[in-house]
Design a protein around this ligand. Structure first.
Ligand code: NAD
Length: 423
């Protein structure tokens, strides 16, 4: 086990760091050697070259990845990110995370992830469309509504999903709606998908407060990141009676002990793209924000925010991990010793993939659900998953993080045992 290594998660090898948590859970489950060996490796890794003619008529060849980590429980599911920092190791780690995430919320998907090494900020819409379409064509052999269903991730959005759907459909010679999720609503996207991850965060935070016997009304919430996940989680937590006392984005942090005016903050971001210059409270840095005295901390920005260095100073009673990997493996033990209740990412932010699953189901049914139906079913899954995880913490005497991994590995391993090994 490498949990005690003096290095933050993802700064060494994101895959091996993530797997250190897997190893710990697998050991506690007494997973047999064969299954351990199977679950420690991705099923399939595809590296493709993506030649694209840029606006200046030069040809640039981008590199793209698509990894299927495990498909025992169903089609591979996972986002596609466009970023200059994408590496195969990162994509493998994220694909494994997707496998455990889908298993924790018990939806019939395996785990995948994809990425293209490019910087969308320096690209025109036309260039982005061409990269997307050629990447789709290059990974086409392993895509399909029954095999691999991509979704948006960092720097990809509904428009990118629409291009993927169109490219796939042009090759298939008919419209294949369930090939991606996170599509525009007009072409088969689900109502409630945009809010789903933040809503899931709010739902499990409510469960955690209840579990710990803490009042919901007035519970002080601090949110890092004011994008899709953070701003929605903040709004919905406030809606159910909590008090959001601090928010931040990459430009600044804002603190108001009496509660931030979230509508004003959202309006400011709609207009200015960032929180910078928002006058709704005192300014503070992102590092100070993480250490504020509060009941609930929701890191919803990026990975590696709570580390061995700042974990001893965290004052929150509950951490709800809206982002993927906001806590390093080295910080886990410190938070546990301090009695911080961590709702791990693979549970806390699983609302997004859950409503993606609903989108895929609706596309296949050809029948669309009301928002009420989506929200009711999401709530049922998040609340039941929280209870399942708590069941493991009690039965095995482990932290919620280890419980999540144990539950997920157990579910994936059970299906492997039932299916047997094809020889
Ligand atoms: P987003 O791009 O909409 O928002 C990200 C926010 O984080 C922005 O406000 C940005 O300014 C802020 N940010 C970036 N760097 C920061 C820093 N150093 N300090 C403080 N704030 C910073 O992204 P999102 O979709 O909200 O995703 C946020 C996280 O949640 C990511 O880790 C993502 O992988 C994870 N996640 C998202 C979804 C989803 O459905 N969107 C689902 C599961 C997990």
């Amino acid at each position: 086990m490498t949990l005690t290594k003096d290095i933050p998660l993802d700064e060494v090898n994101p895959f091996e760091s993530m797997m250190s948590r897997f190893d710990h859970a697998a050991e506690l489950l007494d997973l047999d050697r064969g299954l351990y060996a199977i679950l420690r490796k991705p099923e399939r890794q595809l590296i493709v070259s993506i030649p694209v003619k840029l606006d200046d008529d030069e040809i640039e060849v981008f590199t793209g990845y698509r990894v299927h980590y495990n498909t025992a429980r169903g089609p591979a599911k996972g986002g596609i990110r466009f970023s200059p920092d994408v590496t195969l190791e990162e994509v493998k780690a994220l694909a494994a995370w997707m496998t455990w995430k889908c298993a924790v919320v018990n939806i019939p998907f395996g785990g995948a992830k994809g990425g293209v090494v490019c910087d969308p900020r320096g690209m025109s819409q036309r260039e982005l469309e061409h990269v997307t379409r050629r990447y789709t064509a290059e990974i086409m052999a392993i895509l399909g509504p029954d095999t691999d269903v991509p979704a948006p991730d960092v720097n990809t959005n509904e428009q990118v999903m629409a291009w993927i759907m169109d490219t796939y459909s042009q090759h298939a010679r008919h419209t294949v709606t369930p090939i991606v999720t996170g599509k525009p609503i007009e072409m088969g996207g689900s109502l409630g998908r945009r809010d789903a991850t933040g809503r899931g965060c709010m739902l499990v935070t409510l469960e955690a407060l209840r579990h710990l016997g803490m009042p919901v009304e007035g519970a002080r919430v601090v949110v890092q990141g004011f994008g899709n996940v953070g701003s929605t989680a903040a709004r919905l937590c406030a809606q159910v009676g909590m008090k959001v006392i601090a928010i931040s984005d990459h430009t600044t942090g804002i603190y108001d002990e009496s509660g931030i005016d979230l509508e004003a903050a959202r309006a400011h971001v709609r207009e200015n793209k960032v929180l910078e210059d928002f006058r709704g409270g005192d300014r503070l840095s992102n590092s100070d924000l993480l250490e504020l005295d509060c009941e609930v901390l929701i890191p919803a920005a990026m990975e590696n925010q709570i580390t061995r260095q700042n974990a001893p100073r965290i004052q929150a009673r509950i951490i709800c991990e809206g982002a993927n990997g906001p806590t390093t493996a080295n910080a886990d033990g410190i938070l546990e010793d301090k009695g911080v209740f961590v709702i791990p990412d693979i549970l806390a932010n699983a609302g997004g993939v859950t409503v993606s699953y609903f989108e895929w189901v609706q596309n296949r049914e050809g029948y669309y659900w009301s928002l009420e139906r989506v929200e009711k079913r999401l709530k049922k899954i998040m609340v039941n998953s929280f209870k399942d995880v708590m069941g493991y913490t009690e039965t095995h005497g482990v932290s919620p993080r280890t419980a999540c991994y144990m539950l997920a590995i157990d579910r994936v391993a059970t299906v492997h045992r039932l299916r047997g090994l094809y020889a």
